[in-house]
Design a protein around this ligand. Structure first.
Ligand code: GRF
Length: 186
């Protein structure tokens, strides 16, 4: 059985979407686990509802290389709205096995501090005609790993942060599970 470990700091809608996607494909039985750095994050409640193990990690645990021994062998690590930088020991141990989703078209609107609504606000402030998603491998620098897939949406002059966020989330829900499925079957 394949094993996917999801890290999430927020609502966890992408985490749930990926899990539900595989549950609709019973042939692809996957063992899921979730880690979060935020005990109040929505992802914790989702995990409880879905009966997926969800553990809280502290920064000290996460930055200690013994955490990789604890994690063990995984088929894929999926960052689904996870705000901490991935430590070097993890990038090295899980080379090409950690992926992230970013709610814009990297390399634009990426880097430290660019997450959530800040990304969409900047896109709107700059009057971009399009935005989208980037799914990429994770390396030692924020949002700079090799790009696996980008998908675009139009930005209209009537868009607000909320309407743009919805367009981007809709793309995430379509493409993120498909990319995860492709990678674990490579
Ligand atoms: C997504 O927009 C993703 O692109 C970004 O964080 C957000 C997570 O949303 N990295 P959710 O917690 O999955 O709803």
């Amino acid at each position: 059985m394949k094993r996917i470990v999801i890290f999430a700091s927020g609502s966890g809608s992408n985490a749930e979407n990926i899990i539900q996607y595989f549950w609709r494909r019973p042939k692809e039985a996957i063992q899921f686990e979730i880690y979060t750095n935020n005990e109040h994050a929505g992802v914790v409640k989702r995990a409880q509802r879905l009966h997926i193990p969800c553990a809280l990690i502290t920064k000290e645990q996460f930055n200690d290389s013994s955490f990789a021994d604890h994690l063990g062998e995984v088929d894929l690590i999926v960052l689904a709205g996870f705000l901490w930088m991935i430590p070097e020991y993890m990038v090295q141990k899980y080379e090409n096995k950690i992926i992230n989703i970013h709610p814009a078209l990297l390399p634009d609107y990426g880097g430290k501090g660019m997450y959530g609504d800040k990304v969409h606000r900047s896109v709107l402030d700059n009057k971009e005609s399009q935005s989208g998603i980037t799914i990429h491998y994770v390396n030692e620098a924020y949002d700079e790993g090799k790009i696996i897939l980008q998908a675009r949406c139009a930005v209209s002059k009537d868009d607000s942060i909320d309407t743009l966020a919805k367009k981007v989330h809709d793309l995430e829900y379509i493409y993120f599970p498909i990319v995860v499925e492709q990678l674990i079957n490579e």
